[in-house]
Ligand binder design. Structure first.
Ligand code: NAD
Length: 302
């Protein structure tokens, strides 16, 4: 998915969804049922509602079954755990995703821990994190796996490259670092306490920025030719000439306009990493379906 220096995540994600759809149809023919994804939403958070709707629509568009469970804000932890148990036992459900954040009266870790790791298509379960760390088959969180796919598509082998991941969250930074290590990169994980971050980033052939600080990574932090993956999604006032007063726009963690002059390749925001997340979720669900049904799927099939 190359367009000069710009890594087109939107086009890659569309292609990935197309490949998922082909394999989902083959799975259905073989297994006599569709691969199924259950998405659980508790409460009315508007952003979560948009994500859940989008996940459901894209699941169906790929020829898989979508089971949406929308529960009221005041749902108790016990009731949510009961639902997770039901979904764990349901043979029509291959993947279970509990949309985060959950309301404050529910312990998120407890709910994630209740999901059967073989249906943990979000890859947030500690068993999934452990499997990734020791190199066993499991599920990897969707956003970092999407970043890895974009990197391999652009660079081919990553072996021996210096990679700097900025951010150490459980859902992006840490699994990203594990994935890059598994590809034989020399990995540095930088974070809020890192000293002289620009100097650390300047060593990198690959930079993955997952911080949540608008345009923090500057062009002069980059080694010329570096490949830059910008995970950040930050809403900022639109101060560009001609913009309507009060309007906002999305920017990443990297100063894109400056960085594209120096980088060898870079993901834009929007249209880079963002569209990959749901496409990888569908991919993980399809993989789960094959494993759960005992149907072989080649490692490089998708
Ligand atoms: P988080 O807040 O959990 O973690 C941020 C990390 O950045 C922390 O580990 C922290 O140590 C580090 N950090 C904070 N300030 C720093 C600084 N000044 N210098 C260096 N490191 C610093 O965030 P997250 O959930 O990992 O998400 C990161 C960003 O990625 C956010 O903008 C989020 O919206 C975005 N995101 C995008 C997608 C997607 O689908 N594209 C998915 C998940 C997250």
């Amino acid at each position: 998915m190359s367009n000069g220096k710009i890594i087109d995540g939107k086009a890659f994600a569309e292609d990935l969804r197309g490949r998922v759809a082909v394999l989902a149809a083959q799975f259905e023919a073989h297994a006599g049922r569709k691969a199924g994804l259950a998405v659980v939403l508790v409460g009315e958070d508007p952003a979560s509602q948009v994500y859940v709707r989008s996940k459901g629509k894209q699941t169906v568009a790929c020829g898989m079954a979508s089971f949406e469970h929308k529960l009221p804000e005041d749902t108790g932890e016990g009731a949510l755990l009961d639902l997770v148990e039901k979904l764990n036992a349901d043979p029509a459900v291959d993947g279970i995703l509990v949309q985060l954040p959950l309301p404050p009266h529910i312990d998120e870790q407890k709910v994630i821990a209740a999901i059967n790791p073989d249906k943990d298509v979000d890859g947030f379960h500690v068993i999934s994190a452990g499997r990734l760390a020791v190199g066993q088959p499991g599920f990897v969180p969707c956003t970092p796996l999407g970043c890895l796919m974009l990197l391999k598509d652009r660079l081919g082998s990553l072996s021996g490259l210096d990679a700097v991941v900025i951010g150490r969250s459980n859902i992006v930074g840490k699994p990203m670092a594990q994935l890059l290590l598994a590809e034989s990169c020399t990995v540095t994980v930088a974070h809020s306490r890192t000293r002289d971050l620009p100097a650390v980033v300047r060593r990198a052939d690959i930079v993955v920025a997952a911080v949540g600080r608008a345009e923090m990574v500057k062009a002069d932090w980059l080694k010329p030719g570096a490949t830059v993956i910008d995970v950040g999604i930050n809403r900022v006032p639109d101060t560009r000439p001609g913009a309507e007063p009060g309007k906002t726009r999305l920017v990443g963690d990297v100063d894109y306009a400056g960085a594209i002059q120096v980088a060898g390749a870079i993901t834009p925001v929007p249209g880079g990493v963002g569209p990959m997340t749901i496409a990888v979720l569908l991919r993980n669900t399809l993989v789960a379906a094959h494993r759960n049904a005992g149907i072989a799927l080649a490692d490089d099939a998708i």
